[in-house]
Ligand binder design. Structure first.
Ligand SMILES: Nc1ncnc2c1ncn2[C@@H]1O[C@H](COP(=O)(O)OP(=O)(O)OP(=O)(O)O)[C@@H](O)[C@H]1O
Ligand SMILES: O=P(O)(O)OC[C@@]1(O)O[C@H](CO)[C@@H](O)[C@@H]1O
Length: 310
C-alpha cells in the first residue's frame, strides 16, 4: 500500500487576476478551490493513475471538512487526525497578463503534543513492511523541526520505505534519518547546501553528497528543465516534453506520486522516471492545483528523453 502523510494540508484557493499589482485593489476574474498539501496531491495523482492510497495527516475546522469531502468524492481512503485549530487556506495568485504565479501559504494550525501522538499511533498501527510512505510539505506550528526525522526512523524500523519531500530545517533534519528517496527542487537544494548551484556539474555534485549519505534515490527537480536523478544505476538527466503551461503548482507532487506508484508496482527506475516525467508535464497543463490525466500521460510518455550523464 502507498501511504501519504500531510502534516500541514491546505485548501488551495487559486485566483486569476488580469494584472496583479502590489499595493492596489486587484479584482478577481475567476476563483477555484482544491484540496491541497503535498501528500494529499500525491494521493490524488496515484488515484487518477489507477493506484490505491491512504491519506494521513491533521485536519480541522470547515476547511478540513472540505478536504475530507473532496478526497471521499474521489474514492481516496483517508484517516485524518482531527485537530482543534482550522486547516489553513493557501492563496495562489495567477497573473494572466504576465503569466506569473504568486503563492501565499499560511503557516497552518497550532498542533499539540497530544494531537501528534494520536497521529503517530494511528500511522504506525497501519504500516507494514511492504508499504511505501510519502511524507510531504511544511510542518504546521508547534511541531519540532525533527518531526519527520523521528517519524522516518519509526516507519523505517518497521521495514517500510519513506519518500521525503519537504524543505528548510525539516529537510535538513529529515535527511539524518536516511529516507529511501528525496526530491528537492533546485531552490531547496541550494538552501540545503547554502550556495548557488548554477551548473549541472554543481547540481550533480550536491546530489551525490546526499546519495553518499545513504539516500538510495536522489531526484532533483528542475521545473521545465526536467530532473537529475542519482542512484546506484548512475546519474541521469530526464527531459520533459514541451507543453503549454497553465500552472506548475503540484508538478513536484505529481513527479513524486507517479514515481511512487510505478516503483511500488515493481517497474524499473528508468521506466518509472519516464512515466513520472510525463505525468508531471500533464499536470502543468492544468489550472490551479489540478493534477494530470491518465490519458494524457500515455501520449506524453513517448516524448520524454533520458540522458545518461554518468
Ligand atoms: N514547464 C514544464 N514543462 C514540462 N514539465 C514540467 C514543467 N515544469 C515542471 N515540469 C515537470 O515537473 C517536475 C517537477 O517540477 P518542479 O521542479 O517545478 O517541482 P516543485 O518545485 O517541487 O513543484 P511544486 O512544489 O509546485 O509541486 C519537473 O521535474 C518536470 O519533470
Ligand atoms: O507550505 P508547504 O506545505 O510547503 O506547501 C503547500 C503547497 O504549496 O504545496 C502544494 C503544491 O506542491 C500545494 O497544494 C500547497 O498549497
Amino acid at each position: 500500500m502507498i501511504i501519504t502523510l500531510t502534516l500541514n494540508p491546505a485548501v488551495d484557493k487559486t485566483v486569476k487576476i488580469s494584472k496583479f499589482t502590489l499595493g492596489a485593489l486587484n479584482r478577481i476574474k475567476a476563483v477555484r478551490k482544491d484540496a491541497g498539501g503535498k501528500g494529499i496531491n500525491v494521493s490524488k495523482v496515484i488515484s487518477e493513475l489507477g493506484g490505491e492510497t491512504k491519506a494521513f495527516g491533521f485536519i480541522g475546522g470547515s476547511s478540513g471538512g472540505f478536504i475530507k469531502e473532496s478526497l471521499s468524492k474521489l474514492n481516496i481512503y483517508h484517516n485524518f487526525t482531527l485537530v482543534k485549530d482550522d486547516t489553513r487556506t493557501n492563496l495562489k495568485i495567477i497573473d494572466i497578463n504576465n503569466k506569473q504565479e504568486t503563492e501565499v501559504n499560511e503557516p497552518g494550525p497550532q498542533i499539540t503534543n497530544i494531537e501528534l501522538c494520536k497521529l503517530e499511533k494511528g500511522l504506525l498501527d497501519s504500516i507494514d513492511q511492504n508499504d511505501l510512505i510519502i511524507m510531504g510539505g511544511s510542518l504546521p506550528q508547534g511541531l519540532p523541526q525533527n518531526t519527520y526525522a523521528s517519524l522516518i526512523e519509526e516507519v523505517q524500523s518497521k521495514g517500510a520505505k519513506v519518500i521525503l519531500d519537504t524543505s528548510n530545517k525539516p529537510l535538513i533534519e529529515g535527511l539524518k534519518a536516511k529516507p529511501y528517496l528525496v526530491k528537492p527542487n533546485l531552490d531547496e537544494l541550494e538552501t540545503l547546501f547554502n550556495k548557488r548551484l548554477d551548473s549541472i556539474d554543481k547540481i550533480v555534485e550536491s546530489g551525490k553528497k546526499l546519495y553518499q549519505q545513504g539516500i538510495k534515490i536522489v531526484v532533483i527537480s528542475l521545473g521545465g528543465e526536467g530532473s537529475i536523478v542519482i542512484s546506484r544505476e548512475g546519474v541521469w538527466k530526464i527531459r520533459p516534453p514541451k507543453v503549454k503551461v497553465a500552472s506548475t503548482i503540484g508538478a513536484g507532487d505529481t513527479l513524486v506520486g507517479s514515481l511512487s506508484l510505478k516503483l511500488n508496482e515493481g517497474v524499473d527506475l528508468k521506466e518509472a522516471l519516464l512515466y513520472a516525467t510525463a505525468a508531471s508535464a500533464s499536470t502543468v497543463t492544468k489550472a490551479g492545483t489540478q493534477i494530470c490525466s491518465k490519458e494524457e500521460v500515455k501520449n506524453l510518455v513517448k516524448e520524454v528523453k533520458i540522458e545518461i550523464l554518468e
